[in-house]
Design a protein around this ligand. Structure first.
Ligand code: NDP
Ligand code: TDO
Ligand code: MG
Length: 283
């Protein structure tokens, strides 16, 4: 299958390149998502058999000051890609986020649960979801959460970096979610693209996050345990870690419908071991 991927250097794009090296990857130089029409033109010019969008504006706090740019990149660009794919009759796989939810309650959010983003990033990603659905083609929107890998910027690398200079860290303990390694996300996108090609009835919105659900503080503890670093992690409420963007307290996602695509939730503790091994940070 000739596959076109938006994104080249990000966490998920890097893992896609490992699993589908024959695909074409468009970095920012080849397709800038701040120019949605150019993204659609890139698809038409290459006429692939499927498209995956792994590029996005992911700076959650900075987005609060750049709503227009974030909304173009995360909203209009995927909408234009999806429209181009629909016109060509090819599947489009797009990645979204737990931050489309408000995080109320403690129950896991199902894919059809009401959305109500708390910040600009979540709103911009929701705009993307709506535009992709409105395009009317065979699409999969895969909502994931708390993405980590051996490359790019993420919580695992932040924790390892902070542990170089600190023996005590205060970490938010009242936000609960599923850390998800970029490798399994990339694999899920490839599976979704393949399945959509043969069965367009599988189109829709799915949840894919690592199990078991945990807090950022307990996630940090497991990072230090597996890397053999002695760092005291102190639980704090989010109210004691003020940030420009508010994050959901409950990011639990119900992933059961994923089994329709033949995909199960990955165990993030095993994926963490792999990431730390790749980083040379295993105890
Ligand atoms: N990171 C996370 O914790 C989560 C991510 N997601 C979603 O998963 C998907 C993949 O995220 P992830 O791999 O972590 O993202 P990263 O932040 O690792 O990478 C983002 C990628 O998007 C590219 N990009 C940003 N702006 C533009 C632009 N204007 N034009 C072209 N490319 C651009 C970046 O390119 P460059 O290197 O040039 O900046 C980079 O390759 C995204 O849709 C994201 O919203 C969902 C839940 C959690
Ligand atoms: C560095 C640090 C963070 N924290 C908290 C802040 C926050 O609540 C939590 C995680 O911080 P981050 O900045 O990594 O989180 P954030 O960038 O908000 O991560 C999000 O990114 C976007 C793209 C998504 O789509 C989400 O699924 C989610 O992964 O840890 C501490 O409590 N103490 C610390 O020392
Ligand atoms: Mg971040």
């Amino acid at each position: 299958m000739s596959l076109l991927v938006f994104g080249k250097t990000g966490q998920v794009a890097t893992e896609l390149a490992r699993r589908a090296p024959e695909a074409t990857f468009l970095g920012r130089d080849a397709a800038d998502l701040s120019d949605p029409a150019a993204c659609a033109a890139a698809i038409r010019a290459r006429a692939p058999e499927a498209v995956i969008n792994a590029a996005a504006y992911t700076a959650v706090d900075r987005a609060e000051d750049e709503e227009d740019l974030a909304t173009t990149i995360n909203g209009a660009a995927p909408g234009a890609m999806a429209a181009a794919c629909a016109a060509l009759g090819i599947p489009f796989v797009h990645i979204s986020t737990d931050y489309v939810f408000d995080g109320a309650g403690t129950a896991a959010f199902a894919p059809d649960a009401p959305v109500a983003p708390l910040g600009t990033y979540g709103r911009s990603k929701l705009a993307g979801e709506e535009a992709v659905r409105a395009a009317g083609g065979a699409h999969v929107i895969l909502r994931t959460s708390w993405v980590v890998s051996a490359h790019g910027g993420n919580f695992v690398k932040t924790m390892l970096r902070l542990s170089e200079t600190r023996d005590r860290l205060t970490i938010v303990a009242d936000q609960i979610g599923g850390p998800t390694a970029a490798g399994p996300i990339a694999q899920a996108c490839l599976t979704a693209a393949g399945r959509l090609t043969t069965d367009p009835n599988l189109a829709g919105t799915y949840h894919f996050s690592g199990a078991p659900d945990t807090s950022w503080a307990d996630f940090a503890r497991e990072i230090f345990r597996q890397s053999g670093r002695t760092v005291e992690v102190v639980d704090i409420p989010a109210s004691e870690f003020p940030t420009p963007a508010k994050r959901p307290a409950n990011s639990r996602m119900d992933c059961t419908t994923l089994t329709r695509l033949g995909i199960d939730r990955p165990d993030w503790r095993m994926d963490l071991t792999e990431i730390l091994t790749e980083l040379g940070a295993r105890r």
